[in-house]
Write a protein that binds this ligand. Structure first.
Ligand code: NAP
Length: 483
C-alpha cells in the first residue's frame, strides 16, 4: 500500500524554544520525517529561536544531534543534509527587544507563517504581543500553543484574552498531542464510518467505559514543575478529557473543525460535578530501589497527586446512567493507554452450562501497539459441546496495514502539518479549554480546602487500593494495565 501524502503550501515555521527539550525530542525529528515524506515543499524553512547565541550552522548541528538522539530509522536517511539546509536560527528574547528586528527581516510574503510557542507558558503572552508589535504575524499567520494552557479557569481565561487581543481564534492552535494520535482519529472513523457501532453507542447497550493512561516513569527530573500541577491538571483536564469527549460526543454534521469542537464542548458542559466519594487521589511511595514521589519532587511535605481515578457521569440522553471510569498515574504497572467500551451482558444465555459472563469489549489502544480490538464470544474449538470463549478480533495497525501501518506519522508531525494546512479540527478551541477548567476547578479547590492527603500506592501496581474500591463498589473491575 502506498501512503498518500497530502501536499502543503510552502511555509516558514518559527519554533520559539527551538533548542529546548520538546523541540529536540519531538518537533525537529518529526519535521525531518515529514521532509522525507515530501511534505516540506521547496522554499519552506524552519527557524529556531531562543535566547542562546547560535548561528545557522550551529543550530543545524543542534538539530542533527537531536535527530540522531531521538529520531527513528529515518536518521540514517541521506536527505538529512538537505533538511538541515532548511534550518535557520535567530537569537531572540521573548520578554525583551533583542532579535525581533532580525526575525522580522527574515519573514517573507507569499508563504504560510506559523509560530510554534515551545516555551514556558509564562512566555505565551509576551510572544504574542511582540509578534504583533513588530508586525511579524499577519492576518493569516498561525500560532501553536503548547500545554499547559492555564492552571485554572481564571488563568486560562486571561491567556485566551491575551492571545485574542492579537490573534483571531482561527489563528490559534492549542495543541494536545493525544488528539494527533492515529488511534484517536481512528476512534472517530470507527464510530462514524461504520454502521456497526453507532447504534450500540449509548446507555441501552454500553455498560460502562474505562479510560486509562498509565505511565511507568515517575516525576524525577521535572518534579518542581509537576509538583505545582499534579495528575489532575497535567493529564485529566486536557488529555483524558479530550478522549472522553471523542468517545461521548454526538456525531458532528461534518468532519470539520467547529462542527467537531461544538460537539466536544457539549460533552464537557454535560459533565456532572464529581463528589469526593467518586474520586481517588494517590501518590507513589518509595520502592525498594526507587524514590518516593516526595523524594522525586524534592518536596517532603507534598500533597500533590501522581495518580487520579474517578467516576464521571454525563447528564444527557445518550449516556444517562453510564459511568465513565477515568484513571491516570505515574509509576504504575505498565506504560499503557487504552479506552475500553464495555458493552452490557446478554439478557439471557441460551447455552447450557454457560456460567461465565461474556461481554463484548471494544478496546482502543493508544500505546503501546496502537490499534483496536473487539472482544467477541465464540465457540471454543474442538469436541466437548458448546463451550464459549472470548477472543479478540485484533486490528493492530502495524499488522493490519503492513509496513505503512508502522510508518504512521507521530502525533506531533501530523499536528504540525495540520497547522500548515490550516486545519483546526484536532486542536482545542478556547471555550473548550475554559469549560474543561470550569469542571476541574471545583474538584481541585475541594482538595485544597480540605488539605486532602493523597493515598500512598506501591510502585508497579494499578494505584492505591481505594481506586479498586471505587469501581468494585459498582460491581465492576478495572481492566488489567498491560504494556
Ligand atoms: P525547555 O527544555 O526548558 O526549553 C525551553 C526553550 O525555551 C529553550 O529553547 C530556551 O532556550 C527557550 N527560552 C527560555 N526562555 C526564553 C526567552 N525568554 N525567550 C526566548 N526563548 C526562551 O522546555 P520544553 O520541555 O522544551 O518545553 C517547552 C514547552 O512545551 C513548555 O510549555 C512545556 O510545558 C511544553 N511541553 C513539553 C513537553 C516535553 O516533552 N518536553 C511535553 C509537552 C509539553 P534559551 O534558554 O536559550 O532561551
Amino acid at each position: 500500500m502506498v501512503s498518500r501524502v497530502i501536499p502543503v503550501d510552502p511555509f516558514d515555521l518559527v519554533i520559539f524554544g527551538g533548542t529546548g527539550d520538546l523541540a529536540r525530542r519531538k518537533i525537529l525529528p518529526g519535521l525531518f520525517r515529514r521532509f522525507i515524506a515530501g511534505q516540506m515543499p521547496e522554499g519552506s524553512r524552519i527557524i529556531g529561536a531562543a535566547r542562546s547565541e547560535h548561528d545557522d550552522a550551529e543550530y543545524r548541528e543542534v538539530a542533527r544531534a537531536a535527530i540522531e538522539e531521538f529520531g527513528g530509522e529515518e536518521k540514517k536517511d541521506p536527505a538529512l543534509q538537505d533538511f538541515l539546509g532548511r534550518l535557520h536560527y535567530v537569537a531572540i528574547d521573548a520578554t525583551g527587544e533583542g532579535g525581533w528586528s532580525q526575525l522580522s527581516g527574515l519573514m517573507r510574503d507569499g508563504v504560510v507563517r506559523a509560530f510554534y510557542f515551545s516555551v514556558a507558558p509564562s512566555l505565551f503572552g509576551p510572544l504574542a504581543e511582540r509578534l504583533h508589535q513588530h508586525r511579524i504575524a499577519d492576518g493569516d499567520s498561525r500560532i501553536v500553543v503548547e500545554k499547559p494552557f492555564g492552571r485554572d479557569l481564571e488563568s486560562a481565561k486571561a491567556l485566551n484574552a491575551t492571545l485574542a487581543s492579537h490573534f483571531d481564534e482561527r489563528q490559534i492552535y492549542r495543541i494536545d498531542h493525544y488528539l494527533g494520535k492515529e488511534t484517536v482519529q481512528n476512534l472517530m472513523a470507527i464510530r462514524f464510518g461504520n454502521v456497526l457501532f453507532e447504534p450500540l453507542w449509548n446507555s441501552h447497550y454500553v455498560d460502562h467505559i474505562q479510560i486509562t493512561v498509565a505511565e511507568t516513569v515517575g516525576v524525577g527530573g521535572r518534579g518542581a514543575y509537576y509538583d505545582k500541577s499534579g495528575a489532575m491538571r497535567d493529564m485529566v483536564q486536557n488529555h483524558l478529557m479530550q478522549l472522553l469527549c471523542l468517545i461521548a460526543m454526538e456525531p458532528p454534521a461534518q468532519f470539520e473543525a467547529d462542527a467537531v469542537r461544538d460537539e466536544k464542548l457539549k460533552v464537557i458542559r454535560a459533565l456532572q460535578p464529581v463528589d469526593a466519594h467518586h474520586i481517588v487521589r494517590g501518590q507513589y511511595d518509595a520502592g525498594e530501589d526507587s524514590p518516593s514521589y516526595r523524594q522525586d519532587s524534592e518536596n517532603p511535605r507534598s500533597f500533590t497527586e501522581s495518580f487520579v481515578a474517578m467516576r464521571v457521569m454525563i447528564a444527557n440522553w445518550r449516556w444517562a446512567g453510564v459511568p465513565f471510569y477515568l484513571r491516570t498515574g505515574k509509576k504504575l504497572k505498565a506504560r499503557s493507554s487504552e479506552i475500553a467500551v464495555v458493552f452490557k451482558d446478554l439478557g439471557h444465555s441460551m447455552f447450557e452450562g454457560d456460567e461465565a459472563r461474556h461481554r463484548n469489549i471494544l478496546s482502543i489502544r493508544l500505546q503501546p501497539n496502537e490499534g483496536i480490538d473487539l472482544q467477541v464470544t465464540i465457540k471454543e474449538p474442538g469436541p466437548g459441546g458448546m463451550r464459549l470463549v472470548d477472543v479478540p478480533l485484533d486490528m493492530t495497525f502495524a499488522d493490519a496495514l503492513g509496513p505503512d501501518g508502522e510508518d504512521v506519522p507521530d502525533a506531533y508531525e501530523r499536528l504540525i502539518m495540520d497547522v500548515i494546512r490550516g486545519n483546526q479540527t484536532l486542536f482545542m478551541r478556547g471555550d473548550e479549554v475554559e469549560a474543561a477548567w470550569a469542571w476541574t476547578d471545583p474538584i481541585i479547590e475541594g482538595w485544597e480546602r480540605r488539605a486532602d492527603v493523597p493515598k500512598l500506592y506501591e510502585q508497579g501496581t494499578g494505584g492505591p487500593e481505594d481506586a479498586q474500591m471505587l469501581i468494585h463498589r459498582d460491581g465492576r473491575r478495572w481492566r488489567d494495565i498491560k504494556g
